[in-house]
Design a protein around this ligand. Structure first.
Ligand code: GAR
Length: 194
């Protein structure tokens, strides 16, 4: 069967990346995770990927004079390996329209809020401060507007009266680990079916 050669972009611990790699160990899963890239050399997720036998490399954004040259290096690393699809998973760099334009329709992200609510940072704090009854996470296509592309899959998680930013983040992350594999499968299948 057709499986998209997929890269996961991370910046940190990589829990979502691990969930995607595990899902893709099924030969019937429509994405094959062949590469993990972190913009932070010390990201714990790099070692976790290698333990799962996935090539994992760092491309340190701080080693480049500007966003464009960092993104050129990123694009070259992806292209050199024949990567066809990108899943951002806790990748904390904003991508410029130049890079997004090269990958539009072939790049997705997971964001820890019920989009279109709370684009950007501190999503859980903002949901608690607003008195929301639910938080959640969204898998979406990456478009020029940050966290603004079409929504592929969403999961709702209750906000408890006792929640802090950290307890809510942990409950949402737990749900992300099943949501993201479902979302990547939906998106990859859509690309494969044209
Ligand atoms: C996840 O909660 C993800 O939704 C969020 O970062 C966390 C990464 O955790 N992403 C963003 O905030 C993107 N703006 P992980 O590295 O353990 O998967």
């Amino acid at each position: 069967m057709t499986r998209l050669k997929t890269a996961v972009l991370i910046s940190g611990r990589g829990s979502n990346m691990v969930a995607l790699v595990r899902a893709a160990q099924d030969p019937d899963y429509p994405a094959d995770i062949q590469l993990v890239i972190s913009n932070r050399p010390k990201a714990a997720g790099l070692e976790r990927a290698r333990k799962l036998s996935v090539e994992a490399i760092a491309i340190d954004h701080k080693a480049f004079p500007d966003r464009e040259s960092f993104e050129d290096a990123l694009h070259d690393a992806l292209s050199a390996r024949g990567i066809e699809f990108i899943a951002c998973a806790g990748f904390m760099r904003v991508l410029t329209p130049g890079f997004v334009g090269k990958w539009v329709g072939r790049m997705i992200n997971i964001h820890p809020s019920l989009l279109p609510k709370y684009k950007g940072l501190h999503t859980h704090r903002r949901a608690i401060e607003a008195g929301d009854r639910d938080g959640g996470a969204s898998v979406h296509w990456v478009a020029d507007e940050v966290d603004g592309g079409g929504i592929i899959a969403q999961a709702r998680v209750p906000i408890l009266l006792t929640d802090t930013e950290d307890t809510l983040a942990a409950r949402v992350l737990e749900r992300e680990l099943t949501l993201y594999p479902e979302g990547l499968a939906l998106a990859a299948t859509a690309v494969i079916n044209g």
